[in-house]
Design a protein around this ligand. Structure first.
Ligand SMILES: Cc1cc2nc3c(=O)[nH]c(=O)nc-3n(C[C@H](O)[C@H](O)[C@H](O)COP(=O)(O)O)c2cc1C
Length: 533
């Protein structure tokens, strides 16, 4: 690839919009038997089969919102096993007829799971110092690099995420780069929730360049990836049992440079029938350079989150999270549940998963309310940052009313725009998917687009990560009030903008979501994630 990308992120976004007169470019036919392997492994690398101990973590989901801090567990192999089991591990196998597929704690567009996870550990109880790849299919850590003497450094644990774009591109073609970023956001939030439940803190390392992250994770080692699909660096974050300084990444790079490497990446797909070069161009155009360490932004101070009445163990709720395939079209969501769910979308440092996004909110949901107790059906908006209210008001239709919703908690920036039966419209805009209209409500996540990507094109990815984080909150909160959610990546972009009266590129819809009472297909059999282990 030449130094200069052939496409910029704004062009990529435009190119990959679904339109009423045509979908973004993708494969014409799909051979399901030829799906790329959803599990990466490094053949020849020594591995450690982790214990399955998440059932021992009995903290109720409500503890995520309690005033008392969650006590920190000692960092070690056992607690790391729990962290992974309730964030990125398999949560079940499903079987129907001759088909069998696995599900994970973190959702993924098309269940294709482009996200890979790596751990860097130094002086962690029960783990040799080194870099590990996490294999979700076996709940195993594969040791990619063994560090030689790392000296007297404090205990260090970092988690890095990367994406195999081809896994999504195989099915979704050019739009797939967006889905990879949304999935990475879900994975980031999933890890943040898990860390919080262990009483740990996370510090995202957005200052680290993609190039450095690639070296740190060993995904730039071409010889170890011969003939197979590359991985692209996404995210890095430090985990701490007690708040502390984040480890020096340069030192870790030195440790990997002098370490002993093992393992050869498996080939995920032997035959690529299509090629979507704009994906690599978009990746190139949105590469993250090295940045100065971000100063902590001044977050709007919202009061403490509304308490959650859900006393089910969080570790169980997380593993039973599922996407709804269909909704009953009748169940009315209780108003307090609706307000609490929206309240938990407000960014609050110190509460999961908001420490993963050290910037002021850039994503603002517009809701299509279909069945919520005591609320007129219609369109609503939740500007998640104070200044965004005016921005949204100016950008959207003049006839919208912007009335603060009566009965909602005072601090909740929920505005009623217009009364309407919007079920069919919501479904139409979400690629004719009935799940967007048969639910209690669905929503479109508007991102502050143009201004963010103009000088900092890597923020294109951050916007999608933030949307993915919101999606993960919605999934868990829906489960916590006895409902179910589904992420919706397929929508007619400009159809949504037109409905809302948005012209220009100041705001763009980046992700949709829907929440309601799910209908479950009883014919599908559920099996445990790791057999009889
Ligand atoms: C970014 C993203 C986009 C998605 N888009 C859709 C969609 O458009 N329609 C749909 O029915 N499901 C969608 N899903 C749900 C996935 O199909 C689902 O997460 C996947 O099949 C795994 O199932 P699970 O969530 O029950 O673990 C999406 C999920 C994500 C994370």
């Amino acid at each position: 690839m030449s130094d200069k990308p052939r496409i910029n992120v704004a062009q990529y976004h435009e190119l990959t919009k679904h339109r009423f007169d045509g979908f973004a470019r993708g494969p014409e036919t799909i051979d399901w038997d030829a799906q790329p392997d959803p599990f990466r492994r490094f053949d020849g690398a020594p591995f450690d089969t982790l214990p399955l101990n998440a059932d021992e973590l009995e903290l109720p989901f409500s503890s995520l919102y309690a005033d008392d801090p969650i006590p920190a567990q000692a960092m070690g192999r056992e607690s790391i096993a729990t962290l992974l089991e309730i964030s990125l591990a398999l949560s079940a196998w499903k079987q129907y007829g001759g088909a069998r597929w696995s599900l994970r704690c973190n959702p993924s567009s098309g269940n294709l799971h482009p996200t890979e996870a790596y751990l860097i550990a130094r002086h962690i109880d029960g783990l040799e110092d080194g870099l590990y790849h996490y294999r979700a299919d076996e709940h195993v850590l594969e040791q990619r690099c063994r560090f030689s003497n790392t000296g007297e450094t404090p205990p260090t644990l970092l988690l890095g995420l990367s994406s195999v774009h081809w896994r999504e591109a195989w099915k979704y073609g050019e739009r797939a780069y967006r889905y990879c970023q949304l999935d990475a956001g879900h994975a980031l939030a999933a890890v943040c929730y898990a860390a919080t439940l262990l009483g740990w803190h996370i510090t995202p390392r957005y200052e680290v360049s993609d190039e450095t992250l690639s070296s740190l994770l060993g995904i730039d080692r071409r010889a170890d990836f011969t003939g197979t699909e590359p991985e692209h660096p996404d995210l890095l974050f430090s985990l701490h049992a007690t708040p502390g300084t984040s480890p020096d990444v340069e030192q870790l790079i030195q440790a990997t440079a002098h370490g002993t490497w093992t393992g050869q990446a498996n080939i995920l797909d032997n035959k690529h029938f299509y090629d979507w070069p704009v994906i690599e161009e978009a990746a190139e155009a949105s590469r993250r350079p090295a940045l100065s360490t971000p100063s902590t932004p001044h977050f709007q101070a919202f009061p403490y989150p509304l308490p959650s009445p859900c006393n089910e163990p969080a570790a169980r709720l997380i593993r039973r999270r599922r996407s709804a395939q269909a909704f009953d079209g009748t169940t009315v969501m209780a108003q307090p549940d609706f307000f609490r769910l929206l309240d938990h979308l407000l960014p609050r440092p110190g509460f999961a998963p908001w420490d993963s996004l050290p910037w002021e909110a850039r994503i603002h949901p517009v809701l299509f309310v279909h069945r919520v107790g005591g609320l007129p059906n219609g369109l609503y908006a939740l500007p998640r940052r104070q200044g965004a209210l005016v921005q949204l008001q100016q950008a959207m239709r003049q006839e919208f009313q912007w009335t603060k919703v009566e009965g909602a908690p005072d601090h909740l920036p929920l505005y009623h725009l217009i009364t309407a039966r919007a079920g069919r419209t919501a479904a139409t805009l979400s690629c004719q998917q009935a799940i967007a209209g048969d639910s209690a409500f669905s929503l479109a996540m508007l991102g502050e687009f143009e201004e963010n990507i103009a000088d900092s094109p890597w923020r294109y990815r951050e916007l999608h990560w933030e949307a993915g984080v919101l999606g993960q909150v919605l999934y868990l909160e829906a489960e916590a009030c006895g409902l179910r959610g589904t992420g919706i990546g397929c929508f007619f972009d400009d159809g949504v903008h037109e409905l809302l009266g948005i012209q220009g590129k100041q705001l763009q819809s980046l992700y949709h979501f829907t929440v309601g009472a799910a209908l479950t297909d009883q014919r599908i059999i559920t099996l445990p994630p790791y057999g009889t282990r």
